[in-house]
Design a protein around this ligand. Structure first.
Ligand code: ADP
Ligand code: G6P
Length: 470
């Protein structure tokens, strides 16, 4: 077994198994914010990524991806059902996102959560060279830091939570709340997207575990665990380079022609998830059409919604409802050859996404709750022409950084409608000034700055930081 000085541990590997048009098996980058953030970063260092390849049964052997070793963790059918679909995505995910859907809890899911976390900790222990940095990601693996510390006390262990970390009122509902907190506290540094999340975590450490805690440090026995906010970002240079490519510019123009050369294109790109506010957005658009504020000939909407977690009931229900609503809106407002909503469920490659971003006058990113939302950042990065307007939910982590976006409360339907109209009708200089400010911010706060600030705090020797982020 080859070992690495940097090991990333995340439930999902950065590649997905898919079938090519000729029937062969091929691997493509998995949609989702965690992979988008870490994938470009790791290409610069000999690292190992420990994760699940998405299937059941024996783990496939994967070749390195852009120089990063893939260490697959096998999951059996029961593990996927009870850990991934169960405790991770039916208990923790809804609870951490303001309980916008009802969290469900079963004792057998907790057993699986422990079992799978143990397997990931063992895999990480195998892949890490002596004294390595191991960086554990997200809500699926909250027990890994403590389990790994017991197996390998020589390691420096970081944990980063990509999703929101809820206030005590919500977290206290969890039957195994103490264990989950103790698991995370096995790390040397626990990072969150927002300062409020670090504050919630500190409060819970005191309330549930009786530990002395501030928003920066928590005393755990002899150790001090540092905590803090490190808002994740994207590879701005990569997206700018893509969006500036002549073939991407041509493709963006083609997309607009294919849409019938409307005056305005409104775009949304989401995983099909109930946290993303897709239904509320469709309703707002449909009411604007019904009231005659926008007309299908002038204003078309493109909704990309790639299916996600398809065996979880709440996701199936959502997909059915979204598809019914898209059908209703197109039936009511579309014409032959002129649908009101162009609805796409396919995964796209990065160049096609960049072309879509460049083709969109308005990007509507209106989640009910989101840890960060990297789509918003990708859109801003793609607008190398300085054009476009971002309508952004106040409840996305990105709103704390993009204060010049057209900010909106997606629960307020009237507010959503008026903000969409405001963005549609804004003057060119107003839009350009907003976009410029957001691009300036992103240039400074890109993925390298994120990694540098997190890894500087974690690995005080600085060796890794220099290698990874220059
Ligand atoms: P989440 O992490 O909840 O999925 P984010 O907005 O932070 O939300 O990240 C989503 C990531 O997935 C982005 O990098 C986006 O480009 C990618 N993505 C979303 N939809 C697609 C799609 N249809 N095809 C390929 N990538 C997608
Ligand atoms: C969010 C989570 C990630 C997850 C991604 C895609 O970004 O924070 O941990 O990988 O969604 O979800 P999936 O269930 O397909 O891994």
């Amino acid at each position: 077994m080859r070992q690495s000085s940097l090991v990333v541990v995340a439930n999902r590997l950065p590649v997905d198994d898919s079938v090519a048009p000729d029937g062969a098996c091929e691997w493509r980058r998995s949609p989702g914010g965690l992979v988008s953030a870490l994938h470009p970063l790791l290409q610069q260092t000999p690292a190992t990524w420990v994760g699940w390849a998405g299937g059941t049964g024996p783990a496939p052997t994967l070749a390195d991806v852009d120089g990063v070793r893939m260490h697959t963790v096998p999951l059996a059918h029961d593990d996927v059902r009870d850990h991934y679909e169960g405790f991770a995505n039916s208990t923790l995910w809804p609870l951490y996102h303001d309980a916008v859907e009802q969290p469900v809890y079963h004792r057998r899911w907790w057993e699986a959560y422990q079992r799978v976390n143990r397997r990931f900790a063992e895999a990480a222990a195998e892949a890490a060279e002596p004294g390595a940095v191991v960086w554990v990601q997200d809500y699926h693996l909250q027990l890994v830091p403590e389990l790994l510390r017991t197996l390998r006390p020589d390691l420096r262990i970081g944990f980063f939570m990509h999703v929101p970390f809820p206030p005590p009122e919500l977290f206290m509902q969890l039957p195994r709340r103490a264990e989950l907190l103790l698991g995370m506290l096995g790390a040397d540094l626990v990072g969150f997207q927002r300062p409020q999340a670090a504050h919630n975590f500190a409060q819970l450490a005191t309330k549930v575990l009786g530990l002395a805690a501030t928003d920066r440090r928590i005393a755990v026995g002899e150790r001090v665990v540092r905590i803090g906010a490190f808002p994740v970002s994207i590879d701005m240079r990569e997206m700018e380079a893509l969006a500036g490519r002549p073939d991407v510019v041509r493709r963006a123009a083609q997309i607009r022609r294919d849409l019938g050369d409307p005056q305005h294109v409104i775009l949304s790109v989401d995983r099909m998830d109930y946290t993303k506010g897709i239904e509320q957005r469709l309703k707002a658009y449909s009411e604007l059409l019904a009231a005659g504020h926008v007309k299908v000939r002038d204003t078309v909407m493109v909704q990309v919604a790639v299916p996600s977690r398809e065996r979880v009931e709440q996701y199936q229900v959502l997909r059915d409802r979204v598809e019914r609503e898209v059908g209703r809106i197109n039936g009511e407002f579309g014409r032959v050859g002129e649908p009101a909503i162009h609805y796409l469920t396919q995964p796209f490659d990065r160049a096609e996404l960049a072309a879509l971003y460049r083709a969109a006058d308005i990007m509507a990113v209106t989640p009910l709750r989101d840890g960060m939302n990297l789509v918003a950042k990708e859109y801003v990065a793609a607008r190398v022409d300085g054009g476009g307007a971002l309508v952004l939910s106040e409840f996305a982590g990105a709103a704390a950084e993009f204060t010049q976006a057209f900010l909106v409360n997606p629960h307020d339907l009237e507010g959503l409608k008026s903000t969409l109209l405001q963005a549609l009708q804004a003057s060119e200089p107003d839009r350009a000034a907003r976009m410029r400010a957001m691009r300036d911010h992103l240039r400074v706060h890109d993925i390298r700055a994120w990694a540098r600030s997190y890894l500087t705090a974690l690995d005080q020797s600085g060796v890794l930081v220099n290698r990874l982020t220059t």
